[in-house]
Design a protein around this ligand. Structure first.
Ligand code: KG4
Ligand code: ZN
Length: 335
């Protein structure tokens, strides 16, 4: 059986994983430098890059050991590495490491789009996926609705015109004096609050599939100043409901226009409880299957990069050794 080694270093997670060609995860290792960034309220690119340099070697070693593989094992068909989008100083570490391993071990490597990696995550957790699939990909850096006719075949229907959903969570959390990252904390608080107590405007009601979250963040700031008697849990619940409402409304209208077999959630914000419940309900309404990822599969990981890399390696062949890192690589430009 052939396997692919995946490497992911696009942001603050240093990750390596081994996935076989049936999309089974054999090993998956992750180290995050998030503790170094908390005090700054966001990822500090230089610190992230330095952490990757220190961690990448041991993380790859552990992933190989966990899979019982020697680096020269003939089962290793290739190395898949995130080459964009992401922080340039972080991407360069993983990409350079992958090129070095490729040369040293004599195996091909392939550069993978990080967002396409997220789209492959459901294949690692569900067997017998049925297509087409509508995927809502929401993270700290991206928010997109994607129509997938099959693995590796996708059309971006809409995306955020300003902040990503996770970014809005992090900014609102910062305004409320909560820690970084803000998503998990707001989600936890929201469970004990009442949505609608803080009056917030309904945003992005247009008929397209694009999102906007920066106005909502400003609205939370204004509304909390005006309605200073609304408690923290109610603020969290009101904001969370407004984010979910916008995402779910766009998903609903995409479901009305495109015939699909399932809805998938992906990215860090896919961990959000209100969003998960909403997607499950929407899937019921339309009689389609909902694919809600495990929490480990929501966050960045190397197994999803290995899965996308396996597909790309077989469909397009290996990448050249002079492949650059592409910090702004759009999913729509991946063919
Ligand atoms: O995908 P991810 O791990 O990293 C990238 O941005 O690529 O996503 C992290 C984002 C952060 O903005 C974090 O606040 C958000 O996901 N997040 C959540 C939840 N858990 C993490 N947002 C809302 N609710 C959550 N439960
Ligand atoms: Zn991501």
């Amino acid at each position: 059986m052939a396997v692919v080694l995946g490497i992911e270093t696009s942001c603050d997670e240093t990750a390596a994983a081994v996935v076989d060609d049936d999309f089974h995860v054999i090993s998956s290792v992750l180290e995050s430098s998030i503790d170094q960034h908390r005090a700054f309220g966001g990822v500090v690119p230089e610190l992230a890059g330095r952490a990757h340099v220190a961690t990448i070697g041991p993380v790859v070693r552990r992933a190989l050991d966990g899979a019982g593989l020697d680096p020269h094992d003939p089962a290793i068909e290739g190395i898949a590495v995130t080459s964009g989008p992401g922080l340039i100083g972080s991407l360069l570490v993983g990409l350079s490491a992958a090129k070095g391993f490729s040369l040293a071990w004599g195996v091909p490597f392939v550069g993978v789009n990080h967002l396409e990696g997220h789209l492959f995550a459901p294949l690692l957790e569900q067997s017998g996926l049925e297509w087409p699939l509508l995927t809502l990909l929401v993270s700290g850096g991206h928010s997109l609705i994607v129509l997938q006719s099959g693995p590796g075949h996708h059309q971006v229907l809409g995306e955020t015109i300003d902040d990503a959903a996770g970014e809005a969570y992090d900014k609102v959390a910062r305004w409320l004096g909560l820690g970084y990252p803000g998503g998990p904390e707001i989600d936890r608080l929201a469970r004990t609050g009442t949505p609608g107590k803080l009056k917030l405007p309904v945003s992005m009601t247009g008929s397209d599939y694009d999102f906007s979250f920066s106005g909502l963040k400003t609205a939370v700031v204004r509304a909390t100043q005006k309605q200073s008697d609304v408690g923290l849990a109610d603020v969290a619940a009101s904001f969370q409901a407004a984010v979910a409402e916008q995402l779910l409304r766009k998903l609903r209208s995409a479901l009305e226009h495109y015939e699909v077999r399932g809805i998938a959630l992906a990215g860090g914000v896919a961990a959000n409880s209100t969003l998960r419940e909403g997607v499950a309900r929407l899937a019921d309404d339309f009689g389609v299957v909902s694919h809600l990822p495990s929490l480990a599969m929501c966050t960045d990981n190397a197994a999803m990069i290995a899965a996308a890399g396996l597909y790309r390696l077989r469909a397009d062949g290996p990448s050249p050794l002079d492949l650059p890192a592409t910090p702004n690589w759009q999913l729509a430009d991946v063919s």
